[in-house]
Design a protein around this ligand. Structure first.
Ligand code: AHM
Ligand code: MG
Length: 336
């Protein structure tokens, strides 16, 4: 080859996972890569639908409400079925759990082959779909447990977040970006629309250890616990040194900014949602795994999110997540 012609360097997400596995886990079978391929394929299809919303008939509601009592958007359904179809072909996925489904989808008897359980919020921030604000997909991956009697599906699903083997999210925004972790740091990829692949953008991301930005729906101020109200009042004092506030109303987008720029995202208990609004298994857990892998923290106000033992599929949790020092500061107000 002509020495002056260099091959175009690109590192796709699949290559990245393979390369790290060979280096860090030579015993790995490549099965996780196959599973991740199902998720990346589905999110490329969703990204395409989101980009063409308005041109094709995907905007608006289906006229139904989901198990959580929320209005179902057409794109929610499209995203849900796209992920289900894509993962359904992966013979190593035994169970799927989605925010949009009342019950888990049992694809295969859980055995050594179908060892993965994938939990996801297919389209987070759906209320923002019709107004072109960033939305996203969040996913969490667990493995079936050993020694569980046949048919006891929930025993496999209701595992604490520290048992996750992988987690990630995709944000459909000015570009489509995926971040994931398998417990070896957080890595970020941008979807290259020209060739339809996710290309490495940043490896081993670390969250700034502190940041003077808080992200909360402050319209609920009067409904928040006293300690949270005290923290929010304090951020406006001279002593605090000048805080900024950012709130998009899509968890993925608010988290993505917090991961890159630092600060804290809060969805505390409110009178309307005394256990918080966000779901433990497929919203709080995967983002908490990513936050911790990036050096940040996530708590429900009394304990680490990843230590929570879930009791129900669609369980909700309060969530304070972000830079370690800022999460600790919120806790110091909330717990005093
Ligand atoms: P969704 O999963 O039904 O879209 O709901 C979760 C969303 C999050 O993305 C966001 O953080 C939160 O709801 C916003 O809630 P609120 O409108 O109460 O501020
Ligand atoms: Mg959501």
């Amino acid at each position: 080859m002509n020495a002056s012609i260099k091959p175009i360097a690109f590192n796709t997400i699949q290559q990245h996972v393979l390369e790290r596995q060979r280096r860090l886990h030579p015993e790995a079978t490549g099965e996780f890569n196959w599973l991740l391929g199902g998720i990346t394929l589905a999110t490329k299809v969703i990204s395409d639908q989101v980009r063409r919303a308005g041109l094709v008939d995907v905007l608006g509601t289906t006229g139904e409400t989901n198990v959580q009592g929320e209005v179902v958007q057409k794109l929610d359904v499209i995203a849900n079925e796209t992920i289900a179809a894509s993962l359904g072909y992966r013979d190593n996925v035994g169970i799927m759990v989605s925010e949009e489904d009342d019950e888990p989808r049992i694809l295969k008897e859980l055995d050594a082959k179908a060892k993965y359980i994938v939990l996801f919020d297919p389209l987070d921030g759906s209320s923002n779909i019709d107004v072109n604000v960033s939305i996203g997909t969040i996913f969490s991956v667990l493995q079936r447990r050993e020694g569980i009697e046949a048919g006891r599906v929930m025993d496999h699903i209701l595992q604490p977040g520290y048992q996750q083997v992988a987690a990630g999210y995709v944000i459909y925004s000015s570009s489509t970006v995926m971040a994931y972790t398998t417990g070896d740091g957080v890595h970020m990829f941008t979807l290259d629309p020209a060739i339809g692949v996710y290309r490495l953008h940043r490896e081993n991301i670390t969250m700034p250890p502190m940041g003077r930005t808080y992200s909360v729906n402050e319209a609920y101020f009067a409904q928040f616990p006293k300690g949270i109200r005290e923290y929010l009042k304090w951020t406006k004092t001279e002593e605090a040194g000048g805080y900024g506030q950012r709130y998009i109303g899509s968890l993925v987008a608010d988290f993505h900014r917090t991961l890159l720029k630092g600060g804290v995202f809060l969805y505390p208990p409110t009178r309307k949602a005394p256990k918080g609004k966000l779901r433990l298994l497929y919203e709080a857990n995967p983002l908490a795994f990513i936050a911790e892998q990036a050096g940040g923290a996530a708590t429900d106000g009394t304990q680490r999110i990843l230590d929570k033992i879930p009791a129900a599929l669609h369980e909700r949790t309060p969530l304070v997540i972000g830079s370690k020092a800022e999460v600790d500061r919120v806790l110091s107000f909330w717990q005093s």
